[in-house]
Design a protein around this ligand. Sequence first.
Ligand code: FRU
Length: 511
Amino acid sequence: INYTQPYRPQFHFSPTKNWMNDPAGLIYHNGNYHLYFQYNPGGIEWGNMSWGHATSDDLTHWQEQPVALLARGFPDNVTEMFFTGSAVADEQNTSGFGAGGKTPLVALYTSYYPIAQTLPSGKEVKTNQQSQSLAYSLDDGTTWTTYDAGNPVIHNPPSPYEEEYQNFRDPFVFWHAETRKWIMVSTLAGIHKLALWTSDNLKDWSHASFFGPFNAVGGVWECPNLFPLDLDSSTKWVMVMGLNPGGPPGTVGSGTQYFIGDFDGTTFVPDEDSVYEGNKSANWMDWGPDFYAAASYNGLDERMAVGWMNNWQYGEKIPTYPWRSAMSTPRQLSLKTIGGKPTLIQRPHAQIQSIEGKDHSSSWKFFEEGTQDLGSVGKTLDIELSFSASNATDFGIIVQATPDFKEQTKIGYNFTSQMIFVDRRNSGESSFDGTFASIYHAPLAPSYDGTVHLRILVDWSSVEVFGGQGETTLTAQIFPDRSATFARLFSNGGGVEDVKVDMKRVSSIWN
Ligand code: FRU
C-alpha cells in the first residue's frame, strides 16, 4: 500500500482511504488486537457510518480489514447507521449466540435511524432515533451478524428521559466479575448524563443508575468508558467521556475528561476530589485539541486506550487525501497519587520500541540561553527530554522545522507557569480552519527533585507529549512541509541545568 502521501501517519493507524472517527469495539481476542472504527465507506467526510476494521498482533503494525458493519442500505438508501460501541468475548455463551463450541464476540453499538421505520423485530423507531443494538461474530471478529430478531436491544432512553431518544448512544460494555453481570454505560449526550445498565445475557438490559452532570459540561457528552485500575493496594474505577464542544482551556472543539471513583456493579460514585464544585474545572485526559472519543480494550489484563486524533471543530477539513483522521498511539493506563491526588497516568504502549532505531543522546550540565541545532533528524521520532530549572523562563525542542525554520512546531515547558506548551502557530498548513494555528498549554509540576521530563512522539502529522510520569498529556495535529525534518533545542530568558535528550527514529509500519 502507498502510505507516502503528504501528512500520512507513518506509525499511527489511518485508513487507506475515506473518513474515520471514533475507535469502537476495541477487543483483544485470540492473539489479535481488533480496532473497529467509525468509517464512511463512501466518502472523505462524515456519513454512511459503518464500522471499519483493522487488526494487529502487537498494537504497532496494523492491517486494514474489510468493513465489519456496513451502513444498512449503503450507498443509495441508508436506513440504519452503525455508531460507536464496544465488543466483548462471551466466553460462557450467556447470549446463546455461540455455536459449535465457538465463543461469540458480541458487539453493542448505537443504531442511528435517519428515517422512521418498522424494524424486522417489529419495533418501531422514529426519525433520527438512536437505540442500542447487538451484533455477533462467530469467526473471531471478521464478519458480523446483526441480531435482527431482537434489535434494538435497548429501544428508548430510561425514564424519565424518553425525550432524549435522538441523543442516546455509545454503549460501552464489560463483564463485572464481582456481580457476575454485563455492565453497559451509555450516554444521554444532550443532558450530560450517563445511563448504566446491567444484563445477564447481553440482550435484556435493566437500567441501574445515572451519572452526571459533573465538571466539564460543554456541548454533548459522548463515548463513555468505565474500567478498574489499581491504586496502591485498592481498586478504583475510572469513568472517561468525550465532550464536544467544550474541551480543555485554550482549545476549541472536542475534549476528553475522566473521573476516579468507586463502582459496585450498579452505580459509579466519583471521589470527592475528582469533582469540582460549580463545574469550575475538570480532570482532562489530554490537554491538546486532538484526542477524542477515547476507548479502551476489553480482553486484556492491562488497560490500553486509543483516541481519535482529530477534532470535530475542523476534522472534516484537514488537508489530507484520500483519507481523513488517524488514531492516537495506544496508551497504557494506570493510576498514581500525584501531588496528593489520585491521577490517571498514560504511557505509550511498550511495543513501540520494536519499530525504533538506535538512540542518539546528548547532554549538557548547563544549557546556555539560546539554541542548539540537532540537524535533520527526520519526521518520525520518539524523544525523551529531561531538564531542571535554573534562570530560564522556558526551555524545549523545535521539531518538524523546514531548513529555514520558518515552519516549526515548538514543544516546551514554562518554568514560571509550570506548564507544558505545544505551539503549532507556524507548524505548516493551517488555512483550513481559523482556530487551528494556536498554542496549547497543560499543567505539569516538576518531579520531587526538580526535574521536568517530557516524552514526545512525533509523526508526519501529529505530536503527542507525555509529561512527567504521564500525568499530563497533550496531543496536537500538524501539517508541515515534506522538508520539515529539522530539530533544535532552545532556552529563553536564561539557561537550564542537567539537560538530557534521547532521540530515536521510528520506522514506518507500512512497509
Ligand atoms: C463521537 C460521535 C459519537 C457517535 C459517533 C458517530 O465522535 O458523535 O457520539 O456515536 O461519533 O459517528
